[in-house]
Design a binder for this molecule. Structure first.
Ligand SMILES: [Zn+2]
Length: 72
């Protein structure tokens, strides 16, 4: 029984609602890049000349980024 409750406890931790975690967005640090993207495979990122960085949405907004035009 002890093992079972341990398993239940770990799956509870694993299945925490995603809303509790900060949303990750993706940004390009190229010149003139002012957008953030919900997926790293976004069309808007395909032209990116630098590495693609994952940051939290809060941080992206603090950097003055706005949601990319390809997303809804
Ligand atoms: Zn995008």
């Amino acid at each position: 029984m002890k093992i079972l409750s341990l398993l239940l406890f770990s799956s509870f931790l694993f299945l925490r609602p995603a809303s509790l975690a900060e949303t990750k967005v993706y940004i390009c640090k190229g010149k003139g890049s002012k957008r953030y993207h919900c997926t790293a495979s976004c069309r808007g990122l395909s032209r990116c000349s630098t590495k693609i960085y994952a940051v939290t949405k809060t941080k992206a907004k603090a950097m003055g980024r706005t949601l990319c035009g390809w997303e809804d």
